[in-house]
Ligand binder design. Sequence first.
Ligand SMILES: [Zn+2]
Ligand SMILES: [Zn+2]
Ligand SMILES: [Zn+2]
Length: 257
Amino acid sequence: MGEMILLGTGTSHGVPVIGCRCPVCRSDDPRNKRTRTGVAVTAAEGTFLIDTSPELRIQLLREKIDLVHAAIYTHSHADHLFGLDDLRLFGYYLKRPVPLYCEEIVEQQIRAAYWYAFTPPAPDLHQGAIPMLEIKRIGLEPFELLGETVRPIRLWHGKLGVLGFRIRDVAFCTDVSRIPEESFPLLEGLETLVIDALRDAPHATHFGIPQALEVAERVRPQRTYLTHMSHHLDYAATNARLPKGVELAYDGLRIPL
Ligand SMILES: [Zn+2]
Ligand SMILES: [Zn+2]
Ligand SMILES: [Zn+2]
């Protein structure tokens, strides 16, 4: 029995926001502390990540995840990518490269940002100094990973095409401002939908709560969790006004697969 563990549920600044004194940023509620968005999936044959947030190390320690076998990417924005170097340890533990499943545009950005992992190591470097990585190009075809079938879902994040992923009857759709018509069949019959909802007001590259609720009303999952939230949304106050079956997610939430 696998789980999807929400490692982080915050927007790109995280919550609290550095320098902000708003009630949410000053709140004592642990559910108002949001690290950058990403998830871990415990599959039959190992654990894989969706995205590698800048707080990946802290998230894995917090959730007591000792080993990661692979990562898949929604897109390459900094808040979803820049914990990648922390995968270094897993190549060392596994004694093989860690596979990164991504689209071509993400691959180009990973190779540019992490150039040192894709060039011959300098002679003075010790073993384990740079990550051992292996890029696995994906498109919209389902693929097998660690005993699970992963189904990519095309989403639009402003003008950028990104991927959501469905694993069994759980779908993770972050950083989305539009779901194209052809992607809706992939969201049929869901037990749980995890979907972007930055704040109440609409945004050029993210759903607000009203847009996320429209999607939930259309695809009718049994449960909907909102993620990638800003400091405009207080956990308790927002949950109190959401319709039945829809809740804000929080860091550490575990969803059975
Ligand atoms: Zn993001
Ligand atoms: Zn704030
Ligand atoms: Zn993004």
